[in-house]
Ligand binder design. Sequence first.
Ligand code: UD1
Ligand code: MG
Length: 469
Amino acid sequence: MTESSLAVLILAAGKGTRMVSDRPKVMHEIAHRSLLHHVLEAAKALQPERVIVVVGPGMQDVADEALPAETVVQAHQRGTGDAVNAARDALGSFDGDVLVLYGDTPLIASAALRRLLAERRKHNAAVAVVGMRPTDPGVYGRLVLAADGTLEAIVEAADCTEAQRKITLCNSGVMAIDGKRLFELIAAISDGNSKSEYYLTDIVAIARERGLRCATIEAPVEEMMGVNSRAELAHAEAAMQRRLRAKAMAAGVTFTAPETVFLSVDTHIGKDSIVGPFVVFGPEVAVGQGVVIPAFSHITGATIGDHAIVGPFARLRPGAVLADNVHIGNFVEVKNSTLAEGVKANHLAYLGDSSIGERTNVGAGTITCNYDGFAKHRTTIGRDVFIGTNASLVAPVTIGDGAIIGAGSVITADVPADALALGRGRQVVKKARAKTWRAKHASAKAAPKKKKTAKKPAKKIAKPKKRKR
Ligand code: UD1
Ligand code: MG
């Protein structure tokens, strides 16, 4: 094998006790993808020969999430050193670089990983470690450096001396190890520490004892922080959001209040689009160029064409496909529907399981009645249709090109092209009836009201006051 061959080992078998969760820790999400997914993406960017994920027994969901990466099972979760050992058979005679990543560090960027690999090779180090300087080193392992600046040991926080605890350079968990040495170093780890675990971090001191060199690089804590608790999950989410917003803005998107916009890792927004405050993007959203998304819209699984307007207060759900120049306004919900170019639905509508042709205008309050209590049905609306206010379109139903639907109609049968359809009670007008109605009721109410209001309140209020005295 060449000196540049690379295998990535991702440790994901930990119980994640501090998450207090029924789900494995690495399946928790930031920016709508699992922690493990983010780590796998960083690994993939390095084009490694092998990617092996270490999972715990029964963690089928983690193994599925890892695909197409290979997985090996760590039978008993006895520490990070034991987890690496679980991949011994799978790695076989691999003697290139082994990059160890922890499945709970979702913000790692491939640039830092490349720097680490270069550093290890440059010094022919047995182990190279990424260090970071968090404001609160807390429970992170500390990197103990020798006088010459090389790495001497990693000491877990629980096992630190007072002096070691003051060290600000911490172990991010990311390590590059010489594959030729890996398992001889692992074999020498013992569990003689405060947690009785086999710490991977001990291989540094073991390598030094054997006269081997160990190196470190530093990377920003924003890229290296681990997720061990719900609070750290929220920190990681915030850091990821900052990164995603910065990326979108660098690609030409305006955010009026970036800190209030939430993106998914796969959100794509075209240049010259403007996103107002408090807009949330769920997974699988693609937005075209020059789109305006005013405040408080929630968009998931939707495709939006160029120069569309979506919001304020719009809700696009999976399968909403909006062509160019579509306008979706306040309190309009669109699901599993295709809206052709120039369609307008500007107020208070539900468009579900439908297709709507070019330039059709959907009036305020229009509802596609897509569900009959058992199954969903489609509404097909042609082009240049005018749907009057408050129409109910009972699916399955088809409305032809150029038709007009009268306001307030309940449409239960197909409407041919260019027809006018009215499905409501005929209006009745009775001249002067309102006036006579008011006069009749005014005279009937006038007399009895006077008697009742004069007597009853006087008695009720007077009695309790006397009793109290
Ligand atoms: C670890 C490091 C610590 C470092 C920190 C960075 C060790 C001993 N300590 O501590 O120096 O500062 O990460 O975030 O390595 N795992 C397994 N099998 C196990 C135990 C853990 O696969 O038996 C996996 C976990 O799923 C996790 C990763 O290894 O993805 C790290 O384990 P975790 O328990 O989070 O270690 P930390 O206490 O954070
Ligand atoms: Mg951790």
